[in-house]
Design a protein around this ligand. Sequence first.
Ligand SMILES: N[C@@H](CCC(=O)N[C@@H](CS)C(=O)NCC(=O)O)C(=O)O
Length: 205
Amino acid sequence: MIKLFYAPGTCALAPHIVLEWIGEPYELLHVKPSDPEYQKINPLGQVPAMIDGDSGVMNQADALLKYLAHKYPNAKLGDNGTLQDAYELDRWLAFLTGDVHPAFFPFFAPQRYTTNDSETDRQSVKQASYRLIDRVYQHLDKHLESKDYLVGDRRTIADPYTFAMTRWGNNLPKSLSDYPNLYRFYQHLREDTGVQRAMEQQGIH
Ligand SMILES: N[C@@H](CCC(=O)N[C@@H](CS)C(=O)NCC(=O)O)C(=O)O
């Protein structure tokens, strides 16, 4: 059985939702990334991590999402088999991992982005983060203008990944509703029973 290591409300929400959508039994383990015990499992001190039987510890959210899509093709959460669709899915996963997630790093951990340990400096790092977040949210918002899903016209692993990082936008100075298409996408996914089950299990809303 697949084991998923998560901390509530993190990007680990994405593989968690995917596991719900797949519908096979899995084990959920609530961890604290900074816990030395957890770091024996994942030395990066990050979530998500996963173990599937004798796989050893697997990490990196997008790799885990692709692993799940490949392992459970009947769930149809990966690409649709065409080269163009595979590219589209990879493109959005790369954007989420390489642009959206890092835009939030200075927001969540400003102390890692300045050597000057003053509150003013931290606030300034956060302000810079807001600008990066605004840029990636605008890009997502534009893409979702006439679409309900990130890739094609069906749900894929890219959607819960986007959802997890859109949820973080609830705690920013700019409101999520300032990105109307992204906000619609977010509200739409919030109504999904798999999403609701995962959020309930994580104790988040
Ligand atoms: N590249 C990793 C990044 C994972 C990551 O940064 N996870 C965050 C939660 S969203 C975390 O565990 N942060 C704890 C820390 O950096 O100390 C991935 O895509 O899985």
